[in-house]
Design a protein. Structure first.
Length: 247
């Protein structure tokens, strides 16, 4: 009979130890997760800064692009959801905009792009952020794989003409890849659409560059953003099975 209280005390002690261990473990896991999340966020921000810095010529802007952006959305940019537009400033004046655009009709799905456009409408540069195109074929849209993406530099809505904004197989001015037509075709179309969007909203975008980059810019976003319907196949490949023999 006297053993029961002792057993109860032992069970209580063990329960307290286990509970304390669980609390400490959860606390450590939470701290590790928070520290990891902070590092991941910092790495992602650094990667964004590097990617944006590749678009515009050195010395062409003097502001922090990530801190001077607004949210825009339009079917011409290839997304139903708002995308950031980064405003480059020089001596207090907006002189370029970097848009995020999506080519929804890549061979293996959506291709995410950064499209830098100078205030006069000329392309400062284009970079691919993300894609799933075929290695050795469609992945030549990456600068690390070929210089093809640099062929957009200096081009504008009217240079080439509208018919020129296509790959050579479609009687346009841009090269396609050997064995791969769908990928460059999709990127050329997306870049052209981004130029169309900029042309339609140039004034609003450049005015937005003079506004402070805070939540009060929602009014500007509303003035610039539109949400027309996009094709139901957004982000899906609609091309034929053989990328190299696309019509």
């Amino acid at each position: 009979m006297n053993m029961l209280p002792e057993i109860s005390r032992s069970m209580l002690k063990n329960s307290l130890v286990l509970g304390l261990f669980a609390i400490v473990t959860v606390g450590l896991v939470t701290l590790i997760q928070q520290a990891t999340a902070t590092r991941i966020e910092a790495s992602a921000r650094d990667a964004q800064v590097r990617a944006l810095g590749e678009i515009l010529p050195p010395g062409s802007y003097d502001n922090h692009l990530l801190d001077n952006s607004i949210q825009v959305h339009d079917a011409l940019l290839g997304s139903r959801s708002p995308q950031p537009a980064y405003i480059a400033m020089k001596d207090g004046q907006p002189n370029a905009v970097i848009l995020q655009a999506i080519a929804p009709d890549g061979y293996s799905g959506a291709i995410r792009l950064l499209v830098g456009i100078q205030a006069d409408g000329r392309l400062a540069g284009v970079r691919v952020l993300n894609h799933r195109e075929t290695p050795g074929l469609g992945d030549k849209v990456e600068l690390s794989k070929s210089n093809w993406i640099q062929s957009f530099i200096g081009k504008s809505l009217n240079n080439p003409s509208e018919t020129g904004w296509a790959v050579k197989k479609d009687r346009g001015e841009f090269d396609q890849f050997a064995g791969a037509t769908i990928t460059p075709r999709a990127v050329v179309k997306a870049v052209h659409n981004a130029l169309l969007y900029f042309d339609q909203h140039r004034a609003e975008l450049l005015v937005a560059g003079n506004a402070t980059a805070d939540s009060d810019s929602a009014l500007l976003d509303a003035a610039i953003g539109h949400t027309p319907a996009l094709p139901a196949s957004e982000g899906d490949s609609s091309g034929p099975d053989d990328q190299g023999t696309a019509p």
